[in-house]
Write a protein that binds this ligand. Structure first.
Ligand SMILES: *Cc1c(COP(=O)(O)O)cnc(C)c1O
Length: 369
């Protein structure tokens, strides 16, 4: 198929294969929660979650915000949906759409219990967030007993799972810190287990946790970036396939004479005769201005073409002096060979940031083998 405009191709078969690989590294009984926040990391959470549900590949979903969970419910996603970061103003929608809130602080726990009481809820599923060192959300070990006392004989809610999040699971220089987080989480589990008669499920691993700390898989893992094809590790990357391809097209070619300038604020001045290509993808599409001025690059006919001058809202300008090409030729911004991770790294960021930045105005196309 010829590329005629900027499109994001999403390979659902690669998504399935990535999940199979990740699950094969786990015990068969470990549940798999698919993290589909932020439009499934820049894809489309409704399409991804519906596909995973249809294929029976996952047990649970998680989103960051309540609005993301509502969108899934409206699209007939019926698996349980954990909301990682709810606010009190969301409680009505959470219950209305059968979403499962994280109780991450005394304040949130008290407010949700008050709401549950008022609405006369029974055994409403909730999740406890345990802080083991990320210091972002969650109860400290020293304060968990206080919330457990509140929950102990409370029939309005039921604690389904308790979880914690690793701060540096991809960085083996931080192994000692991570093992400490795991041990602290086990201490949480011991306290929680003394309170409830039912079995609370525990989970701590994200993608790099699955890959590097399988002994911390507990009852479930929460996987995001790995499903979308990034291992956060050069050796393990060979087992996963990035599912997104950002493609575009050369709209126009220009030839700059020595001294000519290119783009806004004359961000590039030619010191040699420069052939440039104008491509319809810009900072409003998720290619941040930081990729300009020679730092970022695209691939045209297999050759690397640096992004020169300033990134515009709807366009980038690339140097094709050494690249045989014509107007209408396909441009690869990233794909499974020229990965988003490599491009992100060139400007000092990570694949997560680049792929979650993909604007909704870019057309998505879904492929299945
Ligand atoms: C985003 C997120 C994840 C997923 O992490 P990946 O590194 O993408 O696998 C897991 N847990 C929590 C709490 C998160 O916020």
């Amino acid at each position: 198929m010829k590329t005629e405009e900027t499109i994001l191709e999403i390979n659902l078969t690669a998504l399935e294969k990535n999940i199979h690989y990740l699950k094969n590294r786990l015990k068969p009984t470990t549940l798999f929660l698919a993290v589909v926040k932020a439009s499934s990391y820049g894809n489309n959470s409704v399409t991804i979650a519906s596909h995973l549900q249809k294929k029976g590949l996952v047990n649970y979903f998680a989103v960051a915000y309540t609005s993301e969970g509502i969108a899934l419910r409206k699209a007939e996603v019926t698996l349980p949906i954990l909301v990682l970061h709810p606010q009190p103003i969301n409680f009505g929608d959470i219950v209305k759409y059968n979403l499962e809130p994280t109780l991450y602080s005394q304040r949130i726990a008290k407010l949700f219990l008050g709401y549950a009481e008022k609405q006369q809820l029974a055994d409403y599923p909730v999740h406890l967030k345990c802080n083991t060192g990320l210091n972002r959300l969650g109860f400290d070990l020293s304060e968990i007993e206080e919330v457990l006392t509140l929950l102990k004989n409370n029939t309005t809610v039921k604690v389904k799972t308790a979880y914690s999040h690793l701060a540096a699971s991809e960085d083996m220089n931080e192994k000692e810190f991570t093992e400490n987080q795991i041990n602290t989480f086990i201490a949480f589990q011991e306290k929680i287990n003394t309170i409830f008669t039912h079995k609370v499920l525990y989970h701590q691993c994200n993608t790099s946790g699955i890959l590097n700390y399988p002994h911390a898989q507990f009852d479930m893992v929460r996987c995001g970036i790995g499903m979308y094809g990034f291992a956060n590790d050069t050796k393990l990357q060979q087992y996963l396939t990035p599912i997104m391809t950002l493609k575009s097209v050369i709209s126009q070619l220009h030839t700059l004479q020595i001294g000519d300038s290119l783009g806004y604020n004359r961000g590039y001045i030619a010191n040699h005769i420069t052939k440039t290509a104008t491509i319809p993808v810009g900072h409003a599409d998720g290619i941040n201005r930081i990729y300009g001025k020679g730092k970022g690059f695209v691939f045209i006919n297999g050759k690397k073409a640096p992004i020169i001058g300033n990134v515009c809202m709807d366009m980038i300008l690339v140097d094709v002096t050494e690249v045989p090409c014509q107007e209408g030729d396909e441009v690869i911004v990233f794909d499974k060979n020229h990965t988003a991770e490599t491009l992100a790294e060139a400007v000092g960021t990570i694949s997560y940031e680049l792929i979650t930045s993909m604007a909704h105005r870019i057309k998505r196309i879904y492929l299945e083998d």
